[in-house]
Design a protein around this ligand. Sequence first.
Ligand SMILES: [Fe+2]
Ligand SMILES: [Fe+2]
Length: 476
Amino acid sequence: MTRPDYAEKIPNNVGLREDRRLQRALESWQPNFLSWWETMGPTLPTQDVYLRTAIDVRGEGWAQFGHVPMIDYRWGIFLADKNPDRRVAFGQHKGDPAWQKVPGEYRAELQRLIVIQGDTEPASVEQQRNLGATAPSLYDLRNLFQVNVEEGRHLWAMVYLLHAYFGREGREEAEELLHRNSGSADSPRILGAFNEETPDWLSFYMFTYFTDRDGKYQLGTLKESAFDPLSRTCEFMLKEEAHHMMVGTTGVDRVVERTAQVMVENDTDDVAALGVIPLPVIQKYLNFHYSVSLDLFGGETSTNVANYYTAGLKGRWLEERRKDDHKLTDDAIMVDALVDAGDGQKSISQVEVMALTGLNTDLRREYIADCAGGVKRWNRILEDAGLPQRLYLPHVAFNRKVGAFAVIEASPAGQQLTAQEWEHAKGQWLPTDTDKTFVRSLMHPVYERGKIAAWVTPPRNGINGQPFDYDYVHLA
Ligand SMILES: [Fe+2]
Ligand SMILES: [Fe+2]
């Protein structure tokens, strides 16, 4: 079966009806999820929102669009189609049939990987909960809520796996996913970037560009997993994730485009007083979101990740397109490192390590290349406007809290700095309180159909073929 069953209390395409125990367990988690949504989800009161809902897991018509009250959104469990012939594509079990059950020896590791992924999904909803109050248009407001309901669904995706395959411990972890909260002093979310607030819409666009994109790469590695239900879950999540990427990419496009217009019209770089975000401030936001997202890839080397790979739990990005033996036991990779430069000094460099231990670097490299694509398109907007300024990705050593460069300070150009030099200069590279206050001062809600805030251009296309001035959201 592939088509979700919407007659059920929990829409699903996993035959939940045939497993009464699992169905009861998930139905008793459902009210906890809904009360989490009401207390930690979007704060702006709305009547309904033009949302897409999955009605299939493949093909063009996989989603249906319509106005729905958010609390009535049909969060469900949808896995991509099963390929009965699927085989493990890498590691020591390469060539074996994919696993339909969790092997006892990998139970703890698989559960941990699912919990860490699951923790990020509701975290982003919490981070973004107040953004509705300052939405630049109804179109943007709708996209925010679409991303939010789908991150909620991604939580369901992970909770399903925990309930279905990890017994009592899995059910306890599912509860914990609702108890931890972004930024909480007592029980914060697991990963650092998911405890940062998303206080304004430039942050939201940067978050959906850089941090959601990290999610895309993490899901890409789990989609390769030998544990087939995890693979199929992630495959469908990636389908939904594409929209989140679009929100980030075109969101930053539209900010850069508006700033460029005002710069050209007024023949000045000094556009803050003209109500748009100056390019250096956009660059600082980019620097921040990119560097905290790099931290999500973990250390440059990791024996845990080597073990996950060898065991078949987590593959590489596009594993099956790689032209090697998919075991990597004899291969090497260059990774970023601090190396001794004599007289007690360390310098930013690279060292060769076993390919298996360098897998975080491999994934991060794919991610960085993808991020460079965004910078290229934003620079094309500047170029087309006839402006000489350009945006850039800062050096990997810049502003890092995880990995080889966590112990040093470096400029966006990759020059090592003393602690004192860093303190002195960091306000040129990361958003200062003044920058944040300024950006926040531009954030006035625009809830009128077809209208847009002054600091951003309208989108080129609406949602699902609707025009920009469509009534995407009805406020309460
Ligand atoms: Fe997600
Ligand atoms: Fe996402």
